[in-house]
Design a protein around this ligand. Structure first.
Ligand code: DX5
Ligand code: ZN
Length: 221
């Protein structure tokens, strides 16, 4: 059976003056998670938002928060984001130091643990973590900004990750998320390659018809 494509709109492309209304509108259309991009102005050049916003979102959200921390010190701050309300906490493989410890700590604190990997980082770094993680975020842009163009090499990286998970027997336990430049053209290709969670900022929040954008992402039109 074809499994449902999960859609996680990134708040980065929503109207910051109306985040409450924006998440309610997304929920009413049936999105699966809210993707919350935390940027520290150091791991990535941009600065976005932090704990207070995650806490506030948690209070009004009816669906899981997928919190993607793009920070230089995930070992130090990840658990604060779990306490603030992350249901899935995704940290960068490039800046984590004690990755096994962090994955277990995130899970022990009650969240799913995800690891994100930049387009220029070898997938082999994921290998020791795949037996433990709940989600892998394949970055299809260099992180830091919304609205960038999809990097086509992400397609083959998803396929390779899929086969790595197959050989571990974890295909049904680990979600493959793809993040950056997802739109009507790139979504079908990444889903065909094996992605199950589509992060979409500009394509969803920037759409004139968000319901239609969601259907397009799910591949039902
Ligand atoms: C990029 C972020 C993405 C971004 C996606 O650094 O991790 O989640 O918001 O935005 P779009 O869909 O506009 O590429
Ligand atoms: Zn993200």
């Amino acid at each position: 059976m074809k499994s449902k494509v999960l859609v996680a709109p990134s708040l980065l492309a929503a109207n910051p003056l109306s985040f409450g209304e924006e998440i309610r509108s997304a929920e009413s259309l049936g999105v699966d998670f809210h993707h919350v991009d935390v940027m520290d102005g150091h791991f990535v050049p941009n600065l976005s938002y932090g704990l207070p916003l995650v806490k506030a979102l948690k209070q009004s959200s009816k669906i899981p928060l997928d919190v993607h921390i793009m920070v230089s010190n995930p070992d130090q701050v990840a658990l604060d984001y779990v306490a603030a309300g992350a249901d899935i906490l995704v940290f960068p493989i490039e800046s984590v130091v004690h990755s096994h410890r962090l994955i277990h700590a995130i899970q022990a604190a009650g969240s799913k643990a995800g690891v994100a990997i930049n387009p220029g980082t070898s997938l082999s770094l994921l290998e020791p973590l795949l037996p433990y993680v709940d989600l892998v975020n394949i970055m299809s842009v260099n992180p830091g900004f919304g609205g960038q163009s999809f990097i086509p090499a992400a397609i083959s990286r998803i396929k390779v990750l899929r086969s790595m998970l197959d050989s571990l027997g974890r295909t049904n336990e680990v979600l493959i998320e793809v993040d950056g430049g997802i739109n009507a053209e790139t979504a079908p290709a990444v889903v065909a390659a094996g992605a199950q969670v589509l992060v979409a900022g500009t394509f969803f929040y920037g759409a004139r018809d968000r319901a239609a954008a969601l259907k397009t992402l799910r591949g039902v039109v």
